[in-house]
Design a binder for this molecule. Sequence first.
Ligand code: NAD
Length: 324
Amino acid sequence: MRIVVTGGAGFIGSEYVRRRLTADPAARTTVLDKLTYSGTEANLAPVAAHPGYTFVHGDICDPEVVDQVMEGQDAVVHFAAESHVDRSIDGAGPFVRTNVLGTQILLDAARRHRVGRFLHVSTDEVYGSIAKGSWTEESPPAPNSPYSASKAGSDLLALAYHRTHGLDVVVTRCSNNYGPHQFPEKVVPLFITNLLDGKPVPLYGDGRNVRDWLHVSDHCRGIDLVLHGGRAGEVYHIGGGTELSNRRLTGLLLDAFGAGWDRVAHVADRKGHDLRYSLDDGKIREQLGYAPQVPFADGLAATIAWYREHRSWWEPLKERAGLR
Ligand code: NAD
């Protein structure tokens, strides 16, 4: 199977490509990535010599590049996106451009080239916030941030291409990912790297916002299950099964470093901060046999160890982004 992975130099996309190429010497994978601030080819170094690997430095909003890349492909796994909520609050333009326009350009090219399957990677954030219970795949989208609104736009557009044009689309909506290679602006790697640097960690508001945590390797296994076994036109949740308040997460990270709450800097809450996300992932468990395999404590310890051992990866990224 020949596949295109958009955003394959980013956090989740690179995990997906590394897994796929490491597992299968015959796999063929083309990465299309613009290498924005959050993408780096260093994430793909372990598989760069694989004979089935091709890297294309390009923008999903560029129809010519997309057209060339799509030629002869069997499937697209679409990760490329502007992905950080705080940046979308500062300016929504790049989010609408990449997440909505870019997805439309990919969908049109996939149709023209009769690509067999288009897997769109979406997020639980498209649903907004839920005080109690969990969302099912039938829950209506009600996004609150410019990021989640742009993701909802692309997610619904992908489903519309199935309904309208018969394109074989599947959509995955997952919870918060953590693991190695995550750009150190997101809470887990930001806090870990600040703690490694002896700096304070900035906790939003009162820290009672709740997220479900999913190890990136479990997410990528879920994506593969949907890619190969999902039904066209359907949505699949991929959950991690570990709901934590930001305060509890902060406590676990402080404990791992033997640090106290004096290391926490309380900062003004994020505008429009969603209180809680919670996915019911019974469908993928029952229909495709998915279950997360990485216990949160093990995954977090391994992630901390990875950042401890890979300063040369994150220090320049943080410097460039003005986070250090
Ligand atoms: P990331 O920011 O680490 O990676 C995004 C990648 O996309 C980067 O390599 C970047 O260079 C590339 N990219 C951005 N704009 C592009 C463009 N116009 N053309 C080509 N490439 C472009 O993000 P991530 O955390 O790996 O997220 C991947 C996907 O998963 C996104 O669609 C995101 O919305 C979704 N998602 C992420 C999480 C999470 O917790 N990280 C949770 C739910 C869903």
